[in-house]
Design a protein around this ligand. Structure first.
Ligand SMILES: NC(=O)c1ccc[n+]([C@@H]2O[C@H](COP(=O)([O-])OP(=O)(O)OC[C@H]3O[C@@H](n4cnc5c(N)ncnc54)[C@H](OP(=O)(O)O)[C@@H]3O)[C@@H](O)[C@H]2O)c1
Length: 260
């Protein structure tokens, strides 16, 4: 099986770092053009230069805060202007936001929902009409295992992710007659810039490799996942290879989630 995405145009939110950057790289390697969206210009510029080395596809870096409706709208307008109609949307941008329920203020709830739910709603609303016209589309919501297996102190993120999973299912049902396939990917623990920031904050004198080895000890496979392992699934789902898969939330978590 060969996975190709030649000529497809993709938007990847959070494409400047971590999992989003790995997905964008794999998409370009497979022949797609990509628009990566994040807030900070400098990591965006660095990622664009890196991703461009993977293939001949066009890479557009768009600075936007997707918690804001107008930024979502402008980002899609710019991606369409630079690439053409959007075939693939990966709703990936996110932050780790969790704590004891009584400590989560209305502001934190709103912030989390704006980033992880409303951004996806607004971006999907913008790209679906074009996908319908062309009768081809792929949407992937990057979620986490808390969507299926919420734990104590999992708010607000587990709630936002469960909502993202329900959104995925609704859109898959509405998208199927138009060949718009919509799926979720549930992250467990995967190496990314997010984890590297945690390593930098660790007061101990411990190398990143040793730190990752320690962090992986409680994982079923004994290690964290690699961003490329996550990107492989995102590539499969967004390509013609994944043409009969829709409405599914796939755990890409090395067996961490106890719920299928
Ligand atoms: N890696 C894991 O183990 C893990 C576990 C559970 C869930 N996840 C989820 O997987 C996704 C990717 O995680 P990651 O580990 O790759 O994170 P990461 O390395 O921290 O990257 C996050 C990306 O999202 C962007 N972003 C954050 N807030 C944004 C906003 N308001 N508007 C636009 N872009 C924004 C960041 O860029 P700027 O900061 O410049 O905006 C960055 O490009 C996230 O949704 C995360 O919650 C990951």
């Amino acid at each position: 099986m060969e996975i190709r995405m030649d000529g497809r145009n993709a938007i990847i939110t959070g494409g400047s770092l971590g999992l989003g950057k790995a997905i964008a790289t794999e998409y370009v390697r497979s022949g797609a053009n990509v628009a990566i969206i994040a807030r900070r210009q400098e990591p965006l510029d660095r990622a664009k230069a890196e991703i461009e080395k993977a293939g001949s596809g066009k890479v557009v870096a768009i600075a936007a805060d997707i918690r804001l409706a107008e930024d979502c709208d402008q980002a899609v307008t710019r991606a369409e202007a630079e690439l053409g109609g959007i075939d693939i949307l990966v709703n990936n941008a996110g932050t780790s936001q969790r704590g004891p329920f009584l400590d989560v203020s209305d502001e934190l709830w709103q912030d989390d929902l704006d980033l992880k739910l409303f951004a996806s709603i607004r971006l999907c609303r913008r790209v679906i009409p074009g996908m319908r016209e062309r009768r081809w589309g792929r949407i992937i919501n990057v979620l986490n295992v808390g969507a299926k297996m919420p734990g104590a102190e999992g708010a607000p993120t587990a709630v936002s992710r469960a909502a993202g999973m329900a959104l995925m299912k609704v859109l898959s049902n509405e998208g199927a007659p138009y060949n718009i396939l919509v799926n979720g990917m549930l992250v467990g623990k995967i190496r990314s810039d997010q984890w590297e920031r945690r390593h930098a904050e660790d007061p101990r004198d411990i190398s990143l490799d040793d730190w990752y080895a320690e962090a992986g000890q409680d994982q079923p496979l004994g290690r964290l996942g690699l961003p490329e392992e996550f990107a492989n699934m995102a590539c499969f789902l967004a390509s013609d290879a994944g043409s009969y898969i829709t409405g599914t939330a796939i755990n890409v978590d090395g067996g961490l989630c106890k719920v299928v």
